[in-house]
Write a protein that binds this ligand. Sequence first.
Ligand SMILES: *[C@@H]1O[C@H](CO)[C@@H](O)[C@H](O)[C@H]1NC(C)=O
Ligand SMILES: *[C@@H]1O[C@H](CO)[C@@H](O)[C@H](O)[C@H]1NC(C)=O
Length: 128
Amino acid sequence: MPKPLFPVALLLLLISSAPSPAAGASSVLCNDSYYTAGDPFAISLAYVLSDLVVSGSARPGQDYYNISPYPNAFAYGRSSCSGNFTAGDCNHCLRSAVEVVNIRCPMAIGGRAALGNCGVRYEQRPFV
Ligand SMILES: *[C@@H]1O[C@H](CO)[C@@H](O)[C@H](O)[C@H]1NC(C)=O
Ligand SMILES: *[C@@H]1O[C@H](CO)[C@@H](O)[C@H](O)[C@H]1NC(C)=O
């Protein structure tokens, strides 16, 4: 007898009917200066953005700041996520915010995206 597909279908239904943490107005700002291909800043930025999603989602309601660990080009980041979100919601939302800033600010040396309930920002200099 073939295994029923029901559990998979149910899982997909649950995923698709979950509230969308990324929903809400989004505003995006990009620095008008750009880094070039091969700039070590690209690696630092990738580190910072991925850490903003992973570590930034751990404490909903508290802003999270980070700095890239590589010495030749620094990237500074901040994420924030609504205190009424779960860590899982924050992870989902921050992932979307990073995606938005990557798509809308390609190779900009600074950028930010604010979705309804979370936001990310990165710069080449420290900021608060
Ligand atoms: C969750 O918090 C945000 C502010 O961080 C607020 O805009 C939103 O309305 C809140 N949502 C609920 C369901 O309380
Ligand atoms: C762009 O980035 C540079 C370097 O971090 C900064 O000095 C400048 O203020 C930024 N411009 C904007 C519009 O954010």
